[in-house]
Write a protein that binds this ligand. Structure first.
Ligand code: LLP
Length: 417
């Protein structure tokens, strides 16, 4: 079963909560992202429930879906934010997140982004290199501030997931190598405008096996103990994000409770607050991408294609990571066909499903590309002159337009004659 509880068939029509998806398509057009507010809230509560016995602070990783309404939904529940750029910090602040609930990540922060974060008063910046620590110190000095920092450790744990989203391996660009830590600690004693308050890691995304977290956390704990011996007063241990969701019912994700069962006993003994940075877990199954079938066609081998009006410009995950997304017909059919569901973009990687059993829908009908809440709208582009789609948020029978569809004028608005 997909965990898309709020997307369900009533009679033979797919609904989001109490709203028919075909009516949403008629009102707002397609392609359209439809998000269930209740699903967002439920995922957050499930996460909090799993880690309830551990003193912790959850920072939603806004890169997964940075629509202001999504950030605001979590902020209203008390959640903080993990941001990866000045733009994401701006979004989080616009959504009303308090700066002291924002943590700032990123392997390549520009000086102006560091200054923006310091002036905003974020909880901490997570530094990923010696050079960055020096830059933060210099900028904090210029602003007559003391910067609270965490150091992101590269624990050299290679979590099994798609190679593009594993980040805890020392051959990747992320974090500070353990071998460099003596130099880092020595430096931190000298830099007068820095205060080390956290140790941080993020080993990757869509990780199914809790043992990778255990291995990396053990390393973090070793470093925590050495830092204490050196006299540093660490207040936060940041375990990162990466918790998995089910995209394919044949490959159900490990329940979040299994991660909690392994991690809580390890982390409880430290006496410091733990930070989690879930992104995908909170949003992936809260949205669908609604798309209309433009044409059906066959090639000489009899292979069938559904050509739809959404493509890799709206959801690049199948093209980039060969990831699986369920494709459901909004009006269900008794018959099915084996077909490819492809978009209008001029690339062969522009597909949502290949050789998949799909409802035998007709031209003009709708498909819902499921689990499109994480790393979908945020990774959309204007390639091929495409307009970024509209987004709606559904709560019960209430529907709110939370992002307008782009216009042709917006496509050229920043260009000069
Ligand atoms: N914290 C940091 C420092 C991160 O870099 C990320 C994700 C997260 C937290 C949240 O990870 P999550 O809980 O969502 O797994 N575009 C890819 C995923 C890239 C993840 C990047 N970093 C995809 O569509 O699968």
């Amino acid at each position: 079963m997909l965990d898309c509880n709020y997307f369900h068939y009533t009679a033979n029509t797919l609904n989001c909560d109490e709203v028919r998806l075909d009516e949403l398509a008629d009102t707002f057009g397609t392609p359209l992202f439809v998000t269930s507010a209740k699903s967002l809230i439920e995922s957050y509560k499930a996460f909090e429930h799993a880690f309830a016995s551990l003193p912790h602070f959850t920072c939603y990783s806004v890169k997964a879906n940075y629509n202001l309404s999504v950030i605001r939904t979590f902020a209203e529940l008390g959640c903080g934010c993990d941001v990866n750029s000045g733009g994401e910090l701006y979004r989080a602040l616009q959504a009303g997140v308090l700066p002291e609930k924002i943590i700032f990540a990123g392997v390549g922060k520009k000086p102006e982004e560091i200054a923006y974060a310091l002036k905003s008063g974020v909880l901490m910046l997570k530094a990923e290199s010696i050079s960055e620590l020096k830059a933060i110190d210099r900028i904090a000095g210029e602003l007559a501030k003391t910067a609270s920092v965490a150091i992101r450790i590269n624990p050299n744990v290679t979590a099994e997931t798609h190679p593009y989203i594993t980040t805890g391996d020392s051959k990747e660009k992320f974090g500070i190598d353990e071998a460099e830590l003596p130099e880092v600690f020595a430096l931190l004693r000298q830099l007068k405008h820095l205060r080390l308050i956290g140790l941080d890691m993020h080993i990757g995304s869509q990780i199914f096996d809790p043992e990778y977290y255990v291995a990396a956390t053990m390393k973090l704990l070793d470093i925590f103990n050495s830092s204490k011996e050196l006299g540093f007063a660490i207040e936060f241990l940041d375990i990162g994000g990466g918790f998995p969701v089910t995209y394919d019912p044949a490959k159900p994700a490990t329940p979040i409770g299994h991660f909690a069962d392994k991690l809580i006993p390890l982390l409880q003994q430290t006496g410091v607050k733990v930070i989690f940075e879930p992104g995908r877990y909170l949003v992936a199954n809260a949205s669908v991408l609604l798309t209309r079938i433009l044409y059906k066609k066959r090639n000489h081998t009899g292979k069938q294609f559904f050509v739809v009006d959404a493509g890799m410009t709206e959801l690049i995950r199948p093209a980039l990571y060969q990831s699986h997304h369920e494709v459901l017909a909004v009006t269900s059919h008794k018959q099915s066909v084996v077909a490819d569901v492809v978009g209008p973009i001029c690339e062969s990687s522009d597909f949502f499903a290949r050789h998949r059993e799909i409802d035998a829908a007709e031209e003009g009908e709708l498909f819902a590309v499921m689990s499109s809440g994480a790393y979908a709208a945020v990774m959309s582009s204007n390639y091929n002159g495409r307009l970024r789609p509209a987004e709606v948020l559904v709560n019960g029978s209430e529907v709110k337009l939370v992002r307008k569809r782009e216009t042709y004028e917006q496509l050229v608005q920043n260009e000069l004659p």
